[in-house]
Ligand binder design. Sequence first.
Ligand code: SF4
Length: 361
Amino acid sequence: MSITRHNLSKDEIIAIYNKPLMELLYDAATVHRAHHDPNVVQISTLVSIKTGGCSEDCGYCPQAKRYQTSIDSNDLMSVEEVREKALDAKSNGSSRVCMGAAWRNVKDGQEFDQVLEMVRTINKMDMEVCCTLGMITENQAQRLSEAGLYAYNHNLDTSEEYYKKVISTRGFEDRLQTIDNVRKTNITVCSGGIIGMGESIEDRAGMLVALSTLVPQPESTPINALVPVAGTPLQEEKLVEIWEMIRMVATTRIVLPETQVRLSAGRVNMSREGQAMCFLAGANSIFSGDKLLTTPNNDANEDAKMFEVLGLKNQQPFAKVQQRESIGAEDSKFAALGEKPKWSRPGHTIERNLELSTKGK
Ligand code: SF4
């Protein structure tokens, strides 16, 4: 069995990424088989519980209110709406529901309490429940943990150096701080990134260095290919070639041997054959549903056919980490602290972000 290393250098990771493709695939598939069943893939569903209106300036994101995009903004869903979406997801074979809210950071109050209730509801449906809500404090992570949260997603997105060219409203160190806050609980960590934002191979390797040096490494790493959206600063970026995606998935698999590697945004532009090569390279999760937050995604029936053709089986919920108990709000040991943490606002200039910004919509 390959050993998990926390000290791989950027040069070592670049050397892996640049191997002849057949050799890279063989190495990644070997690591994959040593740690995972290569015929099992998890289906997850992403539900956008609060869409748009976000104060941040992430250059790839149509939910930032400063960019003029065609998405419909929505306030926080009700617990009942989320329960119905989770039921649908379960009946379509999903074992995990990830709830995304377009917030810079979580604020204590009625909306967060509502999210905690959503977490309890989905956990009681015997599905893995994940949240991606922006930056959170240790106290908020503890409250999510008590509610039965299985995973918290907080992507590093790219290397520390390139992060500054995509986002100016918060710093890379804030991402690491939130991951650290989550790690103080029993919630598993989901953190990955996006390729195709104009970054170099060095940046891709830099992100993997940052993920691989975390102890323990994230239990889950989504690899997204940018879906350029009109109105966002990255609208002109070229679509990621399948070969780059395969290389990134394979390298991630080798660098993070035990992690669940997730094919995320951009799968809609991949052929069935391309996806099959990603599974061979070590991807072991896909997102189901016609939308991934706001961008298009693959048809669930097409996915079912692909599973049949490739002989893939659905991963059952809690196959990797045990289900948590959900503690009711009335029995909580953690009171809301109403903290106002000083998350950074670097505010440096990113020309393309400024160009596309308006006074809001
Ligand atoms: S990626 Fe998240 S934080 Fe950034 S603009 Fe979009 S919703 Fe806001």
